[in-house]
Ligand binder design. Structure first.
Ligand code: ADP
Length: 477
């Protein structure tokens, strides 16, 4: 049995801003199910939902500050969670990273540097808890200083760093190097320095024993200039200790047969019930209740990464077609306004819902016929997997985890029952429109459509396989 300290800045259902939380809420449970001794460590944000008992465990002095470590559990599991309690930094309202206007908290570098230093103290068991991990598994830039600082220790645990999104790197001005008291050995261009900035993510990329990304295709893509943000050289240099492990999904939360957010549960043998969810969705959004009109859905952050600009370009032509479109998301204000403006022109065809609503996201996955995910890049992506599980055909661009989890519909994949979606190559409105037209043709052939739905619903998106892969990486270190 291995001792694993799993380090993250968010984990569902404690706190979530995006897919990182889904992974960090599920993967530790799947690793625990493989009989491993795993503990999760996370800042004690004000917004963190503490539904389980919380108790004081021990105190530490780090950077001349008194830090308390509290202990709770990941709901519905035996996974122990250690909360890093330092109210000045973490007991602030709202989002872990940004203020109400979407601006990063001014002291983010200090907040996450302190978190990393506390993790290092815990990982070295300097609070004498008689628990020293064999492996410290860090996620994204917020944890990036952990492998860097641990590299300076003798008799340290092995370190793994998982990149969930290369676009977020934790870059801070060089003046923070002195303020944060970054050890001199780490401050050079092959270390934490990145074009005269302090780069948290480089702490993970340079100093961890093994780097993973959340899909095999993304692991290759980030070694190229198109996806590497200037770090492609470093990633290529590390290619022998860099691999992709595809994310799973939480099959308990995303199961159309038991999902409590759905008015009608269904499975691949009761797809008629799925139609009733479509009716419910149309009714909820005041769209004409028509069974034979294909209903497109989209859920996600409204940012360029997700190809929202491509959707905007396609919409005028798409709205000329016999389709309906429901969108749930928030993000870039310019995208939000443009989408709302177009929706006003097509009240019978389109419904734009700005906000974050988990229940509604389940209803859209269940009620839609087609799910749009034309991402410019996608480290793994979850909604295309939820869609397949819910018999909703995803239209995806061939990138990252989308390429790894959706099988394009071609004569041969229809024949061997693997076709589960529609995949297009180029990040352009023209290619997306072509894919939408292909979807409409397939939709008009119910025999093919049902085949695609059933093969998607039967796919294995469980965490178990991925957890086993992480375990073999831990074993190799
Ligand atoms: P990313 O992490 O890049 O945002 P992912 O597809 O990996 O994208 O994960 C996004 C997660 O957040 C999914 O679980 C998705 O359903 C959820 N999500 C995103 N936006 C919303 C929203 N507006 N309402 C409800 N859930 C959302």
């Amino acid at each position: 049995m291995k001792k694993i300290l799993f380090v993250t800045s968010e984990a569902h259902p404690l706190i979530k801003t995006g897919g990182l939380a889904d992974v960090c809420g599920s993967l530790p449970k799947a690793i625990a199910d493989l009989n491993q001794d795993i503990k999760l460590i996370i800042p004690n944000y004000q917004a963190l939902k503490k539904t389980e008992d919380v108790r004081f465990l021990f105190s530490l002095r780090v950077d001349n500050r008194n830090i308390n470590i509290l202990e709770t559990k990941l709901p519905d599991s035996h996974v122990v969670v250690w909360l890093v309690d330092y109210p000045t930094y973490y007991n602030i309202p709202g989002n872990p990273y940004v203020d109400e206007l979407g601006e990063p908290w001014a002291n983010n570098a200090a907040r996450f540097a302190l978190f990393c230093r506390v993790v290092v103290e815990v990982a070295m068991d300097r609070a004498y808890q008689d628990w020293k991990p064999d492996v410290v598994h860090c996620n994204d830039w917020q944890c990036g200083l952990v492998p860097a600082l641990l590299s300076l220790e003798n008799d340290r645990p092995a370190t793994v760093f998982t990149i969930h999104n290369m676009a977020y790197q934790g870059l801070f001005p060089v003046s923070d190097v002195a303020i944060l008291n970054i050890p001199g050995q780490l401050w050079h261009p092959e270390g934490l320095e990145f074009h005269n900035n302090l780069s948290f993510i480089k702490g993970g990329l340079v100093y961890s024993d093994y780097v993973t990304t959340v899909s095999p295709t993304y692991a290759l893509e980030i070694q190229t200039s198109e996806y590497g943000y200037g770090l492609e050289g470093l990633l290529e240099y590390r290619k022998d200790s860099l691999g992709g492990v595809i994310n799973g999904i939480d099959l308990d939360q995303w199961d159309p047969e038991t999902d409590a957010s759905l008015p009608y549960n269904f499975s691949e043998i009761s797809l008629d019930q799925k139609r009733l969810n479509k009716t419910a969705l149309q009714t909820k959004f005041l769209l004409p209740v028509k069974d034979n009109v294909p209903l497109f859905g989209l859920i996600g952050r409204l940012v360029e990464q997700k190809g929202i600009d491509l959707i905007l370009e396609c919409l005028p032509e798409m709205m000329e077609m016999e389709v309906q479109f429901v969108l749930l998301g928030s993000g870039d204000k310019v995208f939000e306004k443009k989408l709302q403006a177009i929706a006003l022109q097509y009240p019978n065809k389109m419904s734009i819902n700005i906000g974050y609503d988990e229940g509604l996201s389940h209803l859209i996955e269940a009620g839609a016929d087609v799910f749009l995910m034309p991402s410019r890049f996608e480290p793994c992506g979850l909604n295309q997997m939820y869609s397949q599980r819910y018999g909703t055909i995803p239209i995806v661009r061939k990138t990252g985890g989308l390429a790894d989890t959706v099988t394009d519909t071609l004569p041969e994949t229809l024949l061997n029952n693997s076709a589960s979606g529609i995949v297009f190559n180029e990040a352009s409105a023209g290619s997306l429109l072509e894919a939408i037209k292909r979807a409409l043709i397939l939709y008009s052939t119910p025999e093919y459509w049902k085949k695609m739905q059933v093969s998607g619903m039967k796919k294995d998106f469980s965490w178990q396989k991925s957890a086993e892969k992480y375990l073999s990486i831990y074993d190799s270190l």
